[in-house]
Write a protein that binds this ligand. Structure first.
Ligand code: LFR
Length: 480
């Protein structure tokens, strides 16, 4: 079969990109057509996404990509735009790090207790779950005037095609989906007064999502018809689809702004123990469950780098490697680190109040962050395999964090397991492969992974030393 080209639009919290994947029978090549900044903007009413500039970046990217057989879109989860009855956007989408959801979960739990909510939706508690955002927005003019709610990738797909849908893997992060059925959690929505009529009909990865509008073809110089294909539009769903695993006994960590660490399962784990451990059951491709925990991830370091005036990362990591290990650790799963700003001070403060040595220099703070992340990776992998009763022989690390070789090595050390790192552009590759599968360039999910394992040459890290110190550090954190 001929080599075909698929454009993957992949929007992350700090940058967006349009990648072109060329897929043949035994080949898979990814090139970057265009990369652009994603710069959230703080206005008096709060933190907002600049979604028009993101859309402009998508159009620039499609123009740079040139002729393609299909387009797919993925982005971060939970956030949305509201449209009026004419289909016009009602305001700038609110950023999930905005503070409007503070204290909102408690109000929701007064109507549907947290345990019932977990049993019905399988979603971990995070203040920004769409359900809490919608509750925070109740009574606002925008929500009253809204006729339609589109999650970010669905909004961009709508602007490209004129067609509306709600992609399932991303919908599963709203806390309004039942992970056992892959359909809406009707009872939860009704009790909490959420109008499910706001959502466009569900669609699944592989479903057609319309054709680029004439105006889009004109602006991008493309020749139609160009189909938009539904992919795992939650970036983490696309990234998990691109884990180059060759067996079943693996855990994965999708790294970037966040670390999403866990397992791919056939069915959700909805036990009370799982809720207490704050594991989520998001949906993946083909009815799979992404059983994972959100860890603050490289956000902690990105925010410090910003505070330090963007020093050279390579040099900082070399210095951090020389700082004694595990001197102080913070809980990298703590929602206290969610908001932007003053990150070095907040890390130091967390060490001080927990009675540990306070890291001072950028190298010390960096080491504290990376040790804390590796430790959080260890805890998530270990707890997931225990709670899901699923064996793990290898940890796959994918996404932007694979570039941070110190983090990969520390993760192997902490887990006491080999780490297989790569691909870096996992979300884009998962996006491409789901399109390729829909258009017949590749077979099933296992074929996708085989193709990745053959073509993407990941790096292997063996665990060093014994994991005793990591066990102790984990116990230290848990005791607090
Ligand atoms: C990662 C991610 C996470 C989600 C967070 C917020 O980019 O999609 O999976 O929890 O962003 O949407």
């Amino acid at each position: 079969t001929a080599v075909r080209s698929y454009a993957a639009v992949d929007l992350g919290a700090s940058s967006g990109r349009v990648m072109v994947g060329r897929v043949g029978t035994d080949s898979l090549e990814l090139t970057e057509a265009h990369r652009f900044r994603n710069r959230p903007v703080r206005v008096p009413e709060g933190l907002r996404w600049d979604v028009l500039s993101l859309y402009a970046g998508v159009l620039d990217g499609l123009r740079a990509a040139g002729p393609v057989d299909s387009v797919g879109i993925d982005s971060w989860a939970v956030d949305y735009g509201l449209l009026d009855a004419d289909g016009a956007l009602l305001g700038n989408p609110v950023h999930y790090r905005d503070t409007r959801t503070e204290g909102v979960a408690e109000k929701v739990w007064a109507t549907v207790p947290a345990a019932e909510l977990y049993a019905a939706t399988g979603l971990q508690y995070a203040p920004f779950n769409t359900l809490y955002q919608l509750t925070a927005a109740r009574g606002t003019r925008e929500l009253r005037q809204a006729a339609r709610l589109l999650l970010i990738p669905d909004l961009l797909a709508y602007w490209l095609t004129g067609e509306q849908g709600t992609e399932l893997t991303n919908a599963s992060t709203t806390q309004l989906i039942d992970p056992r059925t892959g359909d809406w959690a009707y009872d939860v929505a009704e009790r909490l007064g959420v109008d499910l009529g706001l959502f466009a009909p569900l669609r699944r990865p592989g479903d057609p999502a319309g054709l680029l509008r004439a105006g889009v073809l004109e602006e991008t110089g493309l020749t139609g018809p160009v189909p938009v294909t539904t992919v795992g539009s939650h970036d983490t769903a696309s990234a998990v689809a691109a884990v180059p695993a060759t067996g079943e006994r693996f855990a994965y960590i999708c790294t970037g702004t966040w670390s999403l660490a866990g397992l791919e399962l056939a069915a959700p784990v909805l036990t009370e123990e799982s809720r207490a451990a704050n594991f989520t059951n998001e949906l993946g491709l083909d009815g799979t469950v992404r059983y994972l925990r959100n860890i603050m991830g490289l956000w902690l370091l990105q925010e410090c780098l910003r505070a330090w005036g963007e020093p050279d990362l390579g040099e900082l990591l070399r210095e951090a490697a020389g700082v004694p290990a595990l001197r102080s650790v913070v809980d990298a799963g703590d929602a206290a680190f969610l908001a932007p700003g003053r990150m070095p001070e907040r890390i130091a403060e967390a060490c001080r109040v927990s009675g540990q040595p306070v890291p001072v220099t950028p190298a010390e703070i960096t080491r504290c962050i990376l040790d804390s992340l590796a430790l959080a990776h260890r805890r998530a992998v270990e707890e997931a395999r225990r709670l899901a009763d699923h064996p793990v022989d290898v940890v796959h690390v994918v996404g932007g964090g694979t570039r941070n070789t110190l983090l990969c090595q520390l993760t192997a050390d902490a887990c006491g397991l080999p780490v297989v790192a790569g691909p870096t552009e996992a979300a884009a590759l998962g996006n491409v492969l789901v399109q390729a599968r829909a258009h017949g360039s590749v077979g099933d999910r296992a074929d996708m992974r085989r193709l990745l394992a053959r073509t993407q040459s990941p790096t292997r890290y063996e665990p060093r030393g014994d994991s005793g110190p990591w066990r102790e550090a984990a116990a230290r954190l848990a005791a607090r």
